[in-house]
Ligand binder design. Structure first.
Ligand code: FMN
Length: 360
């Protein structure tokens, strides 16, 4: 194959250009990868209803989220260590995001400083926060992001510890010397410096806080000036607590199936979260979104927008910033096609009636 025409093609090409351990790092899920498969299979089980003889000569995919205008309801999820994929790391990613007119969520574990990424950005950026055991450092990090112009904070709450990353262990994932999460410089790390995997002898990571609770969310809310979104909510009970805690949005996510294996597919848990939230705050989802029809299905089940992780990393591996743009462009066009073929011309027209009744 010389030319990638869909997101799956980028994965095939990326496998050829990435080092084995880097490919395994990106592609892998936790343990037996039951949830990884489920994230995809659950999308495939849902069928769509085609509607005909609707004027779809103009399609509007724009939306407003947290006061920001998005051209289409897709965001680049936070992913760590882009220098493992491409020498320029997050600088290449953000250039691709600029060209594709998409919002990028920058990971706490980026290899480039958040200020340097922001200097390159022409669109609003969001910052993903792993709260650190050192709360003073955490506060300073968030304030750095605010000062650099980031417009939303996504607090990842599904990772007190990382899951059983068997693929990474088999591939002997080791970040090259000097490749580090530069934005965490200055932290006194406990549990060694195996950034992603757990330290030897225990399950804890040096860059995560296993003691994080709802009290810390209240604490964040007390000083963060920009919208605070929780990433990694999957059940109704937590969604209710989150709304009451005053957060501004939720991301239904199982961390790309990298943490708790055998947890359900996110597209299956989304409707319960949406029902509980009942429109009080925006709800996004990620996990297994690979086709424009997946975006449509997620919106039909109540998501305001979706995020993608692995696909843009494969684009980055294959073709640098152009690859990121190509992946986003493909997904965006596919989503427009899916809207046209189901007779929808705006996001407001996408609801459960898009889904073939027997599958929901
Ligand atoms: C290589 C890789 C690194 C990731 N790093 C982070 C991270 O630093 N912070 C975070 O909140 N989520 C991280 N995630 C999870 C993604 O934000 C997202 O939830 C997931 O990739 C979505 O699923 P998808 O890859 O099927 O689209 C990572 C995912 C991958 C694949």
């Amino acid at each position: 194959m010389d030319r990638a025409v869909c997101l799956a093609d980028y994965e095939i090409l990326a496998r050829k250009c990435l080092q084995h351990m880097a490919y395994e790092y990106v592609v892998g899920g936790a343990a037996d990868e039951i949830t990884l498969q489920a994230n995809r299979q659950a999308f495939d089980r849902i069928r769509l209803e085609q509607r005909v003889l609707v004027d779809v000569s103009k399609i509007d995919t724009r939306l407003t989220l947290f006061g920001q205008q998005l051209e289409f309801p897709i965001v680049l999820a936070p992913t760590a260590f882009h220098c493992l994929i491409q020498t320029e790391g997050e600088l290449a990613t953000v250039r691709g995001a600029n060209a594709a007119e998409i919002t990028l969520v920058v990971s706490s574990l980026a290899n480039v400083t958040i200020e340097a990424i922001a200097a390159e950005a022409t669109r609003p950026l969001w910052f993903q926060l792993y709260v650190q055991p050192d709360r003073g450092f955490t506060r300073a990090l968030v304030q750095r992001a605010e000062a650099a112009g980031y417009q939303t904070i996504c607090v990842t709450v599904d990772t007190p510890v990382f899951g059983a990353r068997n693929r990474e262990a088999r591939a002997q994932l080791k970040f090259p010397t000097g490749m580090e999460p530069v934005n965490l410089r200055g932290l006194e790390l406990q549990h060694g410096t195996g950034w992603i995997g757990s330290g030897v002898g225990d399950i804890y990571s040096p860059v995560l806080d296993a003691a994080l609770t709802w009290k810390d969310i209240e604490w964040l809310r007390s000083f963060v000036q920009i919208p605070v979104v929780l990433k990694g909510i999957t059940v109704a009970e937590d969604a209710e607590i989150a709304v009451k805690a005053g957060v501004d949005g939720l991301i239904v996510s199982n961390h790309g199936a990298r943490n708790l294996d055998t947890s359900p597919a996110t597209i299956d848990t989304l409707p319960r979260v949406v029902a509980t939230v009942a429109g009080r705050i925006p709800v996004m989802m990620d996990g297994g979104v690979r086709r424009g029809t997946d975006v449509l299905k997620a919106l039909a089940l109540g998501a305001d927008a979706v995020q993608i992780g692995r696909p843009y990393l494969f684009g980055l591996a294959v073709n640098g910033s152009d690859g990121v743009k190509q992946v986003v462009d493909i997904l965006r066009r596919e989503f427009e096609m899916a809207m046209a073929l189901t007779g929808r011309t705006s996001l407001a027209e996408i609801d459960e009636s898009v889904l073939w009744r027997d599958t929901i």
